[in-house]
Design a protein around this ligand. Sequence first.
Ligand SMILES: Cc1cc2nc3c(=O)[nH]c(=O)nc-3n(C[C@H](O)[C@H](O)[C@H](O)COP(=O)(O)OP(=O)(O)OC[C@H]3O[C@@H](n4cnc5c(N)ncnc54)[C@H](O)[C@@H]3O)c2cc1C
Length: 420
Amino acid sequence: MTPTPIDLDVAIIGGGPGGLATALALTRAVKGTRVKVFERAKTYRPLGAGVGMDVNGMKAIEAIDPALEKWFYANGWTVPVAKTFDERGNEVKSEKMDPGVSMKKYGKRGTILGWYEIQSAFYRALPSDTVVFDSRFQSYEEDSDGVTVHFAGDNPGPVRAKVLIGADGYFSAVRQQCLNDGPPDFAGTVCWRARVNMKQPLEYSSWYFGAEKVGLLYPISADHMVWTGSAPIKLVKEAGVDFDPSNGGRFRASTQAIEGVDNALERCLKVFEGYPEAFLEVVRETDPRAVAEHGIFTRQAEALPADGWGRGRVTLIGDAAHPVRPTGQGLNMTMEDAAELAWHVQQHGLTAEALRSFELERIPRVGVIVKKAQQQGEAAYKKHAQDASQDNRRFALEDDYTDFKNKKNFRPLYISDITS
Ligand SMILES: Cc1cc2nc3c(=O)[nH]c(=O)nc-3n(C[C@H](O)[C@H](O)[C@H](O)COP(=O)(O)OP(=O)(O)OC[C@H]3O[C@@H](n4cnc5c(N)ncnc54)[C@H](O)[C@@H]3O)c2cc1C
């Protein structure tokens, strides 16, 4: 006997920060919307490292839920000084980070949080039965009234919804069925990162450039910090570390449940041999099980589909829609997606029209960020720290980039009387 489908307004695939933020935005934008998030993990575990929320991401969160914005600022961390070092550990630059400048210019400032804290904050803000764990999306069928969604092992059984949102990350299975445009491109860089306890408070963030690698240390709270190290595949191979982004294996799994990759710490240390002790000391002392290793994947701005990245009653958000190099905008753009999608649904209802108008409005903005992140990412891996830090900063500060990131205000999504 065919089971009766679970009947919903919105089915979201993927319970990362993007899927959760979208669920919250939709429930706030349209009163009574029945939303569920289907997540393949069995439960949430304290994974991830840290995230720098930028002005644009904070504005989007404010539009979604002003109380949550307050929580982000109350629990986020700011770093008063950013220092840059070369590959020998010599200080190249020290910059004061004054949040007042950003407040004056944009009415908001950035803040730093642990990735897991961000995911947990969105999860807590939703009704407790919103996320359905252990549900791996498999396929969907669309007809004139809605979408029927199927999951691996038929768990939790078929789901019927007016719209389907793919928030399932870099290697989105929803995108694969919807657009069938293949996996994202390997950007040529491998990244390691971890969150560690701090013995003493860290008063500044440290960037290490030079020798064609990038290292970064930054605090995310009074007692935790994050390190990241990234290097081009050429250097990874030269260090004798085997990494094949095309093998479809565990590394290709990228940011999905990445922690605990065998020997990731050892492999990172091999690649970063000879790097400054102040960086390596922190890396060496990390619990090996906490180290995430993954390739960086992206889709070029030119590859953004001009007619929208969804079809019919299906759309995508976050990394599924526009994976970018990690220059600090991935999660911020994902928050923008959540706020904007909900606004378009508020205007046009749960219709294909709402999804297309959301995508078409997002494409030019996302295109600029994807392009700049690509340039900024490429400019970081220089032989000499001076060249890398100057170029990295130049792209980060270019007017069209910062203005595009920061000037936009998102329309508040107060609970309205509009019903789905
Ligand atoms: C465990 C983890 C840790 C991360 N840590 C960091 C970090 O420290 N710093 C940082 O900047 N970024 C981190 N990221 C990436 C960051 O969240 C994204 O780059 C970006 O913010 C976009 O978020 P997203 O929700 O679109 O995608 P993601 O965060 O990748 O979330 C996608 C979600 O979809 C789920 N999923 C995938 N396929 C299916 C399927 N078939 N069925 C059901 N569910 C599925 C995944 O399990 C995941 O929960 C991490 C991502 C993950 C998954």
